[in-house]
Design a protein around this ligand. Sequence first.
Ligand code: NAD
Length: 366
Amino acid sequence: MTDTLRVAIVGTGSVARLHAEAVEAYPRATLVAVTDLSVAAATAFAAKHGAPAVYENLDALLAAEHPDVALICTPPASHREQTLAAFAAGAHVIVEKPPAPSLDELDAMRDAAAAAHRQLAVVFQQRTGTAAAHVRRLLHDGALGRPLLAQCQTLWFRDAEYFAVPWRGSWSTEGGGTTLGHGIHQLDLLGHLLGSWSRVEARLWRLDRETETEDASTATVVFDSGVVAQVVSSTVSPRQTSSIRIDTQKATITVDHLYGHGHENWAITPAPHVSEAEAATWALPEVEERSDHGPLLRNVFDALLAGAPLPSTADEPARSIELVAAMYASAAADGAVVTPADLAAHPSHRRSFESPVIDLRPSSAP
Ligand SMILES: NC(=O)c1ccc[n+]([C@@H]2O[C@H](COP(=O)([O-])OP(=O)(O)OC[C@H]3O[C@@H](n4cnc5c(N)ncnc54)[C@H](O)[C@@H]3O)[C@@H](O)[C@H]2O)c1
C-alpha cells in the first residue's frame, strides 16, 4: 500500500466541503481530482480546495487518475453505479449516507467491495467523537447496568426551498423521506450504542410538506438486548433537535445536539441508588473530540493505510439502513411487526422503500 492516499471527490455539492477539509487535515492523503455533473461547480470547488484536476465524469477521472479512495458525495440514486465503477478501477470507497436508496443496491455495493478486495465505508459521522466512544464502552462493559428504554428523536425543520432541489422529496431520486434522509443519523448512533435489533413497528406521516415521501415518521424498535426504543423523525419541527436518551438500570444517558456533538451535549445522570463514587467512574474523558467528518475519514484512512479492518465508527454499513427499511416495510403493512428475518426475505422492500404515507393535511378541496 502507498504512503499517501490519492483521493478523488465525486459530487461537489454541499457535503463535499466537509470531505475536502477532512482530506486537507489528514497528513497522508491528497486530493487529486474532482468531478460533478456541473463542470463549472467542480471547477470552482477544485480551485477553492486545491484539487489539481477536474473531470467531466467519473469514468474519465478513474481512467486518468487511478485514485486510492473515491469519496462519493452525490445523491443516493447515483451511489451504487459510482461505487461499482470505483471498485472496478481499484479504489476504496467512502460513500455518504444513506449508502443506497435500497437494500438490493447496498448488497450489490458490498458484493463488489468483497470481489475487488476493497473497503466500503459509509459516512455516519455521528458515531465519532470521544463521548460516543466512552458511552459505548460503558454500555458494552455493563458499567451502567442493563439498558432498558430509549428515545431517539430527529426533529428537524425543512421548508419548501429545501425540497425545491430536484432530487429531494421523491421516492425515485431520494429513496425515502425524513426517516432515510435525516433520522438515519441518530438511528445509526443508537444502533452503534445498542447493537442488533429484533423487531420494528412504524408509521409514515405527511403532516404539512408537499413531498411524495413522508415528512414525519414514528416507530418502535426493540433491540436484541431487550431495549425498547421510540423513534421519531420529522422535517416539520421549528425547535430543532437531534437527541438520544437511554435509560439503563443505573443511569440515564442523554445526548442533545443538532448536527454534531461534543462533551457538553452529553449527560450521564445516575439513578438514586448509585453512589457518588460509582457515578464518578463514568465521567467523560478529559480529552475531547467532537463528532464530525474529520475524525471519521481519519479513522478510515488510518485503517486503509494499515491494511486493517474498518474501525467500528465505519463498520456495519447496513445496520441503520436495515432499520430504516424495516420501518418502511412495517408502514407498508399498516404498522405490522417486521423482524430481520422478514426483511431478509421481503418481497418488495429490499428493492425499494416506497411505502404509503398517511396524509393528515387538511384537504385542499373547496
Ligand atoms: N453526513 C452528513 O452529515 C450529510 C450532510 C448532507 C448531505 N449528506 C449526503 O450527501 C449526499 C449529497 O448531499 P448534498 O447535500 O451534498 O447534495 P447536493 O445536491 O448539494 O450536491 C450533490 C452534488 O452531486 C452532483 N451530482 C449529482 N449526480 C451526479 C452524478 N451522477 N455524477 C457526478 N455528480 C453528480 C450534483 O451536481 C451536486 O453538485 C447525499 O447522500 C446526502 O444525504 C450527508
